[in-house]
Design a protein around this ligand. Structure first.
Ligand code: ROI
Length: 162
């Protein structure tokens, strides 16, 4: 059965734009995954410890994969693009976060869906609202359109022409 899943993408090390585009291409080429929608790119101020600005975006996938397999696929793609998991909240060449999987709520040690911090993160919600404004985040019961109203979006800037 095909399910919808929302994924956040981020990078602030290396040639971020090229890495992010290549990551989407890899996702789109993966058996069991269909790329349904892709947001614009945004330049965003880093949340957490001081580090370079990020480029962030989001995609909607149609997947024929259980969440654990989708997570494994995302981690493999991160590794392919040189992600080395160093300190928590440090800079990274590629971050792929599984945000939403249909209306599923899942709480396991290595995977929580919805992503537990997505509701407070403008760098996640601003790209996502472009492509999934009416998707209901199942913990809050609020749509992405509603959630984005409650976050400070002043440090999330559309990259025009990309
Ligand atoms: N900050 C921004 N702006 N974008 C990110 O993708 C991002 N990812 C992270 C932390 C370090 C929390 N900060 C971020 O993992």
């Amino acid at each position: 059965m095909k399910m919808s899943s929302a994924i956040a993408l981020g990078s602030n090390l290396g040639d971020s734009r090229a890495i992010l585009e290549a990551a989407i291409e890899t996702l789109a080429q993966t058996p069991g995954i269909i790329l349904e929608a892709k947001s614009s790119w945004y330049k965003t101020k880093a949340v957490g410890p001081p580090q370079p600005d990020y480029i962030n975006g989001a995609v909607i996938l149609r997947v024929e994969m259980i969440p654990q397999l989708l997570l494994k696929t995302l981690l493999q793609i991160e590794n392919k693009f040189g992600r080395v998991r160093q300190q928590r909240w440090g800079p990274r060449t590629l971050d792929l976060d599984l945000l939403l999987y249909d209306d599923l709520i899942l709480n396991t040690p290595n995977l929580q869906i919805p992503h537990p911090r997505m509701r407070e993160r403008a760098f996640v919600l601003v790209p996502l609202v472009e492509i999934a404004p009416d998707w209901v985040e199942p913990i809050s019961g609020c749509t992405i359109k509603e959630l984005v109203k409650d976050v400070d979006c002043t440090e999330v800037h559309l990259l025009v022409g990309y």
